[in-house]
Ligand binder design. Structure first.
Ligand code: ADE
Length: 247
């Protein structure tokens, strides 16, 4: 997969490209990431990219020319999926990450706190927001998108299973997990996990997954596919009851 990123702050991407899983994916040639400083495409004096807003107002607006010229410099840009990060965009989600991971070529234009001339929307496919909060620029949003997409590409994560069972699959949050020691400052690992009884462990994990979702993201429960067992567990959770092993 090829990912091209258009930004005024190329240095912000050095960390992610040179670290851990993303770095390995680049080295294995599973992905290529190209960072473009679109200021270099400005036709104005001193590579200026912003200008006054038509209609008035205090802020400056980034013009379309440098971004569009930068886009056009990317080989096969017209076939790529082109997105722009902005708090005004469609909500980003795991579902979107999966759909972007299936693209051969993704181009991300980083939005900017000054705002971008709205005509940029004629040159991209989608405006995307990573949440209901305002960042100083679209770079951190672009980083979040790159990270969540790249990890879904086959061969990027060593262990395929870690993708299969994770939060947001089946629209539920993940169950809690523990490692050694069994007792840390009096906080002990739930006994059922030490029992070796796989059916009890499965039930406990499902119960905790439902409980986490009920407490932190009840909105997700409305679209989750729930079994008879899930509904029984949810009734217990609503009554504040804890999981009980079925003997
Ligand atoms: N730029 C500023 N805030 C943003 C957000 N929440 N999502 C995407 N891009 C942004």
């Amino acid at each position: 997969m090829i990912i091209d990123i258009l930004t005024l702050f190329p240095k912000m991407f050095e960390g992610i490209i040179n670290s851990s899983i993303i770095k390995r994916a680049i080295e294995k040639q599973v992905i290529t990431i190209n960072i473009h400083d679109f200021r270099q495409y400005s036709e104005k004096k001193n590579w200026q990219v912003d200008d006054y807003s038509y209609g008035g107002g205090a802020g400056m607006i980034i013009g379309v020319q440098p971004i569009v010229d930068c886009l056009r410099s990317i080989p096969n840009f017209s076939e790529a999926k082109k997105i722009i990060t902005t708090p005004c965009g469609l909500p980003y989600s795991q579902e979107k990450a999966i759909s972007y991971a299936n693209e051969k070529h993704l181009i991300i234009v980083c939005g900017h706190y000054e705002g971008i001339d709205n005509r940029i929307t004629h040159y991209i496919d989608e405006e995307v927001s990573i949440g209901d909060f305002i960042l100083t620029g679209g770079e951190i949003a672009a980083l979040a998108i790159v990270d969540s997409v790249v990890r879904l590409i086959p061969q990027v994560l060593g262990n395929e299973e870690s993708i299969e069972v994770e939060s947001f699959d089946n629209d539920l949050l993940e169950f809690p997990q523990y490692t050694r020691p069994v007792d840390f400052e009096g906080h002990v690992v739930p006994e059922v996990l030490l029992s070796g009884n796989h059916e009890n462990i499965r039930q406990w994990r499902r119960f905790k997954s439902l409980e986490n979702t009920f407490k932190n993201r009840p909105d997700l429960l409305a679209k989750a596919k729930l079994t008879k067992e899930d509904k029984k567990f949810l009734e217990m959770i609503e009554k504040n009851e804890d999981f009980k092993v079925n003997n």
